[in-house]
Design a protein around this ligand. Structure first.
Ligand code: RUB
Length: 306
């Protein structure tokens, strides 16, 4: 399980990050791991498979892409280990190919919402959101981007580098400049870690502030999300868990030690209610958030046990 543990560690420490990348890495890690279990009897194989699935799923709690990718990859109906490995390898292949193609389709569908001259605000670093922005740019639209820093991990720096290298004019702002800057913005485009059955978006902390400011300024907010970012367990009434990360990401541990009356909270994600979202752009089309249930039922491809 060495390689699988390495992938799990990279997800935990955010060397691999972003809901889509996490999902693809987990699917590939599970595929590679089961290849090493050829000599086991099926019952033992299945136990090891479940253990490995749990190791991956336990790394980060919020992005539902992770348990969805693991569930779609690990399922098999084989009666011997060779067939099980074969099925799992095919599942992984399908998941990884679909995930890759989904980004292209989301880019194409979402770019329809971007017009020549638009200023787009984005938050954190989302491959799906950037796919929309880059596709619009590739179509020759004269666009520019306002990218938030996204404290505390500053994923905005990844975004501005990527946009810079693509040749897209970009302005970096600190997170607290979102409301002031919103009047210059035509459209907000963000990614998703999870979307719940009521159409609420769970994404990088601060996303809901962009949504509030966008609504106040009467600007639309669109979400770029592959269908595997929809959370089946919210159908069972479960809430999406918001990851709390270390205070070290926010303040130096030595400084904090000198402040016995101070504690630090570092939630990594927040919830944007459906009424702040204009459209969710998936690889199977653009939907209003109220249609989240339909996407879970018709497109995700996971059976939900009540
Ligand atoms: C990343 C983040 C991204 C979503 C979507 O958070 O909130 O907006 O994961 O990204 P973190 P993508 O950096 O904590 O993983 O579109 O790439 O899946």
């Amino acid at each position: 399980m060495e390689d699988l543990n390495t992938t799990a560690e990279k997800i935990k420490t955010m060397e691999i990050r972003g809901a889509g990348r996490i999902a693809v890495a987990a699917s590939a890690a599970l595929r590679d791991y089961v290849m090493t279990l050829k000599s086991l009897p099926l019952s033992e194989f299945n136990v090891k498979l479940e253990e490995a699935a749990k190791t991956l799923v336990d790394t980060r709690p919020t992005a539902v892409s992770l348990p969805n990718a693991v569930a779609l990859t690990k399922r098999h109906s084989a009666t011997n280990v060779y067939d099980a490995i074969d099925e799992i390898a095919k599942n992984a292949e399908k998941f990884i190919t679909n995930a890759d193609q989904a980004l292209g389709k989301i880019g194409k569908i979402g770019a329809e919402r971007i017009h020549d001259g638009d200023v787009i605000m984005t938050h954190c670093n989302s491959h799906a959101a950037l796919s929309i922005i880059k596709t619009a740019f590739d179509q020759g639209k004269d666009i520019s981007v306002i990218a938030t820093e996204s404290r505390p991990r500053r994923q905005g720096f990844i975004t501005i580098r990527e946009l810079n290298d693509y040749g897209i004019p970009t302005t970096l702002i600190v997170d607290s400049a979102v409301r002031l800057t919103m009047k210059e913005v035509d459209l907000v485009v963000v990614g998703a870690d999870s979307i719940s059955v009521n159409g609420a978006l769970i994404n990088k902390i601060g996303t809901s502030q962009l949504a509030l400011a966008a609504q106040e300024a009467r600007r639309n907010l669109i979400v770029a999300a592959e269908t595997y970012k929809f959370s089946p367990r919210t159908l069972l009434g479960e809430m999406v868990e918001i990851e709390d990360r270390s205070s070290d990401e926010v303040i130096d541990a030595d400084i904090l030690k000198e402040l016995p009356n101070v504690k630090v909270r570092n939630p990594a994600f927040d919830v944007t209610p459906a009424e702040y979202i204009d459209l969710i752009i998936t690889e199977v089309g653009a939907f209003p958030p109220a249609m989240a249930f339909t996407i879970l039922r018709d497109y995700l491809g996971l059976e939900i046990e009540v």
